[in-house]
Design a protein around this ligand. Structure first.
Ligand code: 5PA
Length: 338
């Protein structure tokens, strides 16, 4: 499919503007010299909403749907450190909607949770092991609000539904457009993957526009089977709303480009190896990774380069998906590891 056709198709879905514009692609000069690959960073941490990050892109389409359906409230879920929850609250407030955040974990007024409170989102914290378990609480709250005459929209964890994926299809189009104008031919585009929407959008978008680029999603500690199944379902459902072949990405291809082994004991665990990498990257390049998503996946990227799974001289784009709030959410643990 042509770039203009995909863009036109995406424009036909209800959407709002939340991004400042295209996010920059910046060459990581020192790391390129050190690693022997040409390393570039897509600064999606600079999207402009709240603390920035990948959810802004998904929310452009999800909030478009909320307004289109005349909803007055959005409900979403995640861990207390959820970047997605904060981004959702900020988007909702800016558009005049209420936001209910269904969260799990230690309730401390720090990091993203503090930011959620500053923006006056309604926060309900539950005892749950995983964010998936929060779905039934979101449904109860939606019923409760509907009984009061409100019109809520439930947004799944991470905004990872086909509507949210459209945001990362648009990002893939943006990457192709920028790389064309910069005269860069990327071999790899690498991103963290947790609820799967970001990986799906990039994978599908590049498959449609530039299938020779390998789109790698690096897991950050969620069980591999869950992630693979989530991404497979998202690919199918998104292909359906785009009216393209649902089998566009085979299971084998999906397994090959979903990387694990860098979860460091599971989702949300903060480990010294990753903190050391965050320190190193900040000193080399002057930008910060986060301890839950970008730090772990960047560790994976560096390891794959070291092991030459990603060959020398490759042109690699890492998508920095944001998450800075996580540094402050876990400031005590991180400070102890410095
Ligand atoms: C998140 C997710 P996906 O969920 O689309 O796979 O994106 C992974 C990801 N980077 C990458 C950052 C900074 C993220 O926050 N965050 C979740 C959240 O609740 O914030 C969905 C888990």
């Amino acid at each position: 499919m042509l770039l203009t056709d995909l863009k036109q198709k995406l424009d036909s879905f209800p959407h709002v503007n939340l991004l400042w514009g295209a996010t920059p692609i910046v060459r990581a000069e020192n790391l390129s010299k050190e690693t022997g690959v040409e390393l570039y960073i897509k600064r999606d941490d600079l999207t402009g909403l709240a603390l920035g990050g990948n959810k802004t892109r998904k929310l452009e389409f999800i909030m478009g749907e909320a307004l289109d359906k005349r909803c007055d409230t959005v409900i979403t879920a995640g861990a207390v450190h959820s970047n997605h929850a904060l981004q959702t609250a900020a988007a909702a407030k800016k558009l005049g909607l209420d936001a209910v955040l269904v969260l799990r974990g230690k309730e401390e007024n720090k990091g993203n949770l503090l930011m959620d409170r500053i923006i006056d989102a309604e926060i309900r914290v539950y005892d749950a092991e995983t964010s998936r378990e929060l779905k039934s609480y979101m449904e109860e709250i939606a019923d409760e609000l509907a009984e009061k005459g409100k019109k809520p929209l439930i947004i799944p964890v991470g905004g990872s539904n086909p509507t949210g994926v459209l945001g990362y299809l648009k990002a893939a189009a943006e990457i192709v457009e920028q790389s064309n104008s910069m005269g860069l031919d990327f071999d790899y585009v690498v991103s963290p993957s947790s609820s799967g929407g970001t990986q799906t959008g990039i994978l599908l978008g590049l498959k449609i526009l530039k299938p020779k680029i390998k789109a790698l999603g690096i897991g950050v500690g969620d069980p591999r089977d869950e992630l693979l199944n989530d991404v497979a379902t998202l690919i199918k459902e998104t292909a359906k709303i785009l009216n393209i072949d649902e089998g566009i990405v085979s299971r084998d291809e999906l397994e090959a480009c979903t990387i694990d082994g860098y979860g460091f004991g599971g989702y949300g665990t903060i480990v010294k190896e990753v903190i050391d990498l965050i320190k190193y990257i900040a000193r080399q390049e002057g930008f910060y990774l986060d301890p839950v998503y970008t730090g772990k996946s960047f560790y994976g990227l560096m390891d794959m380069i070291r092991k030459q799974v990603i060959p020398q001289d490759s042109k690699v784009l890492f998508v920095h998906t944001g998450g800075l709030g996580g540094v402050f959410q876990y400031e005590d643990i991180i400070a102890d590891m410095l």
